[in-house]
Ligand binder design. Structure first.
Ligand SMILES: Cc1ncc(COP(=O)(O)O)c(C=O)c1O
Length: 413
């Protein structure tokens, strides 16, 4: 790099980000992020905070009063929930079906939990009965699991899980980072105690702020450890008898005070990220939740048809496939990383690699949020076909685009 280049205006190369996330941000969201900053106690700004709560209640399909934002990426919200609810020695059950189940396990362990996991092979999900049997056996305080685990491209059916947990007096926590808005997650109907996400997948925003929702049961649990920083304590405040939460930044009790009418000072809110989160929710709700689910489902059908039309094999349990990301086996004898690199270099298209037992075996191709549009699916398939043919993989010419287009045509698009 020459010394003058570093002082040039920032000019990232144009990319079509068809990986497992982050994906291209909706231009409306980018615009919102460039709006002037306000102080966090400016009434105009606190009104935006209130609007964020109203909007995300609709996105999460919940009446939970406690629905707001945690500053940080997806794992910031996971840590917030865990560090504020788990005390050392508490039992936590994690059904693991991919990399992010292991992340939940690790975070719970860092909070001092006695974690028990159940596992299925990557690409599969649990029968709800397996979860119920484990809950019966372990009797955990918290059951934590993902909805969609992007590492495996499959999604755990959750309709019964909240109810199973409540029957055994356990708290249910769901990491829906990769799936919310791409597929249904009616938080209240499915009786899930806490759900958290981030913006960089189907919400079509940037990474860096994490919406969370939790019910009064969780709030009561957290309030048993209620503590307020000395410098801002209201007169007469007495800390609760439970142990102080080990993180100041992620102390849910203090965050509740910050977001509620109390407006008790905590961190300096990440203003531009809040603008982004607000705009993401507005984009999603303007389209309508069901219309968004349908758009992702159709794109998934088209992507699968397109990949199979090229003679490629789709990875994982198809009945529980995430609609917004598709795993596909790398053909024998092909260097998966070379293909990804040529996709990026020649077409400006990013597709995803994979982790753990799937590393080197599958690519992960996402179509989510703003990117989940017909022309992006077709462009990606056309590019993949071209590069694979150049690597001597024989495939029906145009078979991918034709098959994907047929799905869109059948849907009247
Ligand atoms: C299901 C799931 N959980 C958690 C994360 C971690 O997100 P972050 O990197 O934003 O902390 C991801 C990221 O891909 C994810 O897909």
């Amino acid at each position: 790099m020459s010394s003058s280049e570093i002082f040039d205006e920032l000019n990232p190369p144009p990319r079509l980000m068809m990986g497992p996330g982050p994906v291209n941000v909706d231009p409306r969201v980018l615009n919102a992020m460039s709006m002037p900053l306000l102080g966090q106690f400016d009434p105009a700004f606190t009104e935006y905070m209130n609007e964020v709560m109203v909007l995300y209640r609709q996105v999460f399909q919940t009446k939970n009063r406690w629905t707001f934002l945690i500053d940080g990426t997806a794992r910031a919200a996971i840590e917030t929930f865990m560090v504020s609810t788990i005390e050392p020695g508490d039992k936590v059950l994690v059904p693991v079906f991919g990399r992010f189940g292991h992340l939940l396990t690790e975070i719970a362990e860092r909070c001092g939990a006695d974690v028990e996991i159940i596992e299925v092979e990557w690409g599969n999900v649990f029968d709800p009965q397996q979860i119920e049997d484990a809950v019966k056996r372990v009797r955990p305080k918290v059951v934590a699991l993902c909805q969609g685990d992007t590492s495996t491209t499959v999604a755990q059916p959750l309709a019964a899980v909240g109810e199973i947990c409540s029957r055994f007096d356990a708290f249910s926590y769901v990491d829906a980072t990769a799936s919310l808005v791409g597929m249904d997650l009616p938080v209240d109907k499915w009786k899930i105690d806490c759900v958290s996400v981030s913006l960089q997948k189907c919400l079509a925003g940037p990474p860096g702020i994490a919406p969370i929702t939790f019910n009064d049961r969780v709030a009561d649990l957290v309030n048993r450890r209620k503590h307020i920083e000395k410098g801002i304590r209201p007169e007469g405040f007495e800390a609760a008898s439970g142990p102080m939460v080990a993180s100041n930044y992620f102390d849910l009790g203090m965050l509740m005070d910050y977001w509620s009418e109390a407006r008790l000072n905590h961190h300096t809110e990440a203003t531009s990220m809040l603008y982004a989160a607000r705009e993401c929710a507005r984009v999603v709700l303007k389209e309508g939740l069901q219309a968004g689910f349908d758009r992702h489902a159709l794109a998934s059908k088209a992507m699968v048809a397109g990949l199979e039309g090229l003679g490629l094999k789709v990875f994982g349990d198809k009945t529980n496939k995430m609609p917004n990301v598709t795993g596909v086996y790398i053909p024998d004898g092909v260097d998966g990383e070379a293909i990804r690199s040529e996709m990026l270099h020649d077409f400006g298209i990013e597709i995803g690699t994979s982790f753990g037992p799937l590393h080197g075996k599958i690519w992960r191709i996402g179509a989510m949020g703003y990117n989940c549009q017909k022309h992006n699916i077709l462009t990606c398939l056309a590019a993949l076909e071209t590069i694979l043919r150049q690597h001597s993989v024989s495939m029906p010419a145009g078979g991918g685009v034709d098959a994907a287009l047929a799905e869109y045509r059948a849907a009247g698009q």
